[in-house]
Unconditional design. Sequence first.
Length: 462
Amino acid sequence: MRLTYWAVLLVLLSTSSVYSQVFSTSALNPTPIDSSGVITGSFPVGGGSAAYYFSVDLQKGDLVTEISLSGRANVDKKLEFTLLDADQHVDNSYYIYAGLDSNQDEARHFSIDTSGHYLVKIRLDGPESTSFRVQLGGSSIPSQTSHPDVAQTLSTSALFPAVIPPSGVIEGRFPGGGDNHNTYYYFSVDLKAGSLITQIKISGRSNVTKELELALLDSNMRSIGSYYILAGLDENAEQTKSFAIDSTGRYFIRLTLKGRENTNFKVEVGGSAFPAKSNGDTTGAKQLPGAIQQLKGPGQQPGAIQVPKGIQAIKQESLPCESRISVGADALFAFDRSDLGSDATETLEKLGPIIRRFGTRPVEIDGHTDAIGSLSYNQQLSEARAETVKRWLVKRDVIPASTPIKGYGKTRPVAPNNNPDGSDNPIGRQRNRRVEILINTCKPAQTALVVPAGKAQSTSAP
């Protein structure tokens, strides 16, 4: 059969498209990386695993790499990046993985000590509907500019991060993308030895899942520490965290946003490690030399103990096969009572989204008391308080009604109830009065789902 002109053209275009997606699987004959430093493509046809090799000439300097993948949510997908020297010895390697989420992104800085020929190995594992992107940059690739020409407030590129302004404040709006889609923003910041204080906030519609994570990265873009806030039932959430900065130098902050586009966010950094703010001028009235600062509003009375409430009353600890969420009982109950106090909802509404983050993993609720009272009385009180918290969570579809509860009374203190001289230790007793939610992170998720009314939920667990 004779092909027409248009049929031949169609075949040529189709063939060209296929070849544009073909990368070398041979380390002896790798695909050259062009001057843009960008590699994009799709996972191998038919899914499964594949390894591709690329060649690149690098100069002595700093190599910045960023890898990302994007596909369907609730499907396992992985991308691994490996840098090999001329002798094919592994120089550096890292990977990204996404299961529940549709996408993932990560970056690393590598020091190139010797100019020469290098290999990049990219291993892909996942369905063919997944796309990927790899970008190389930095001073070791001289054909690239070291910084974009236009200053950016927000940057999704680890190679060209935005600079945190002297005010230390970053504000913006979620770009959207759905409950399982992540958006990453990168920022550079020069810090000195000291304490970096950070605060993150989100605000949007109630009954809509929204999440913000802040990660502090070192000069090689490896994580120093991170924390997150999550709001589902609530309109907003906020949290603070301090990081100890041991040495002066360049650091990076990565923000991960997940949620609907009608959500606003605000990030603020300060403290002695942030010279732009600590050395800057302050606004408002200043205290005169020799003047005594006057207290405004009701202050804490001598001997009184502050009662944390809301997110401040909740502490989370990750242990082998277990995530332990501890809630200060004083934020929930009055003295010697097991019914919820008038302002307990403020704390419990912060607790629900944290538990939901673990999907349908097995949960247990434990009650604990201080040492005042008999063993039998405190045993009953601890069980009653655990049952009260369980009922509140079950009623709001956070946990199933089959969730077990236990009471330990005063038998498992986390702080001394008395001082070394035998006197009362009220601060220690306050720490011992608590309700703990134990989430088993090793056992498989339960088959029965707890789904809020009108909401759909994935059967996968984190």
